[in-house]
Design a protein around this ligand. Structure first.
Ligand SMILES: Nc1ncnc2c1ncn2[C@@H]1O[C@H](COP(=O)(O)OP(=O)(O)OP(=O)(O)O)[C@@H](O)[C@H]1O
Ligand SMILES: [Mg+2]
Length: 225
């Protein structure tokens, strides 16, 4: 059990959903866990409850207060754009070095499992030069790669794997979080990705009906971390 970076092939795939499910699973198992969502775009301070930091804080059993949100998600931007663009709209920027320092300090001080959720996909720009990939490379902690089950997800996943291998990043597990209205069988997507992913385990997580946050897949994923 250690720190993991939760990344994805794109936005709205299931990073937060999977992280929250894992947090709940680990807490139920009596294991210490923490989570960060350092960079958030599309953050509307009048609708905090549905934001990623709020979802993670609730899973952690913590209050969704301004202080707690600040603690786990210091870089928040209003526009639902890539962080570099969203920050520019506010005359701000994501200070890459500060982001790395913040993340490294959290990894260093973590006492149990720590999840750091990225933002959007693997190569979303953070500033004019750096993307999430550079953030992950700087931290060099194992990744949890969350992908979708929609038609096209296999190609997106294999493209991501190729890029991550080039940067020599370690992938602890791949989670296929079944997409809404997907037309491909989840098991077929899992089997196909597994054929291309060498020894990396691929776990399928079905689309869980409204409000449900528990599934045996979370135990399987946790066992791989
Ligand atoms: N397996 C699943 N079962 C049910 N709902 C899911 C599942 N995976 C994702 N969702 C839902 O899909 C939506 C998008 O998922 P989520 O917010 O986790 O994406 P994300 O990758 O974290 O996006 P972002 O890039 O904005 O952080 C959410 O409403 C989430 O609850
Ligand atoms: Mg998210």
């Amino acid at each position: 059990m250690s720190a993991h970076f939760v990344t994805s092939t794109g936005t709205d795939i299931g990073k937060t959903f999977v992280t929250a499910g894992l947090i709940r699973y680990l807490r139920n198992a009596g294991q210490p866990v923490n989570a960060l969502k350092p960079v958030v775009s599309g953050y509307d301070s009048s609708v905090v409850e549905t934001s990623d930091p709020a979802v993670l804080l609730r899973a952690l059993g913590r209050q969704v207060s301004a202080d707690e949100v600040d603690t786990i998600a210091p870089w928040r931007f209003r526009a639902p754009l890539s962080p570099d663009m969203a920050a520019a709209r506010e005359g701000r920027n994501v200070d890459f070095d500060k982001l790395i320092d913040f993340s490294r300090a959290a990894v260093k001080s973590a006492t149990g499992m720590l999840f750091i959720e990225g933002v959007g996909g693997i190569m979303v720009p953070l500033d004019g030069k750096r993307t999430v990939l550079d953030w992950m490379a700087a931290l060099d902690i194992p990744l949890l790669l969350v992908v979708g089950g929609y038609l096209g997800a296999i190609s997106h996943t294999l493209t991501a794997l190729d890029v991550l291998r080039q940067r020599k990043l370690t992938i602890a597990a791949i989670v296929v979080s079944e997409s809404e209205r997907g037309t491909v069988e989840l098991d077929d997507t899992v089997a196909s990705i597994a054929r291309f992913s060498d020894t990396i385990e691929v776990v399928g997580l079905p689309r869980l009906p409204g409000g449900l946050t528990e599934h045996p897949a979370f135990a399987r994923i946790a066992s791989l971390l």
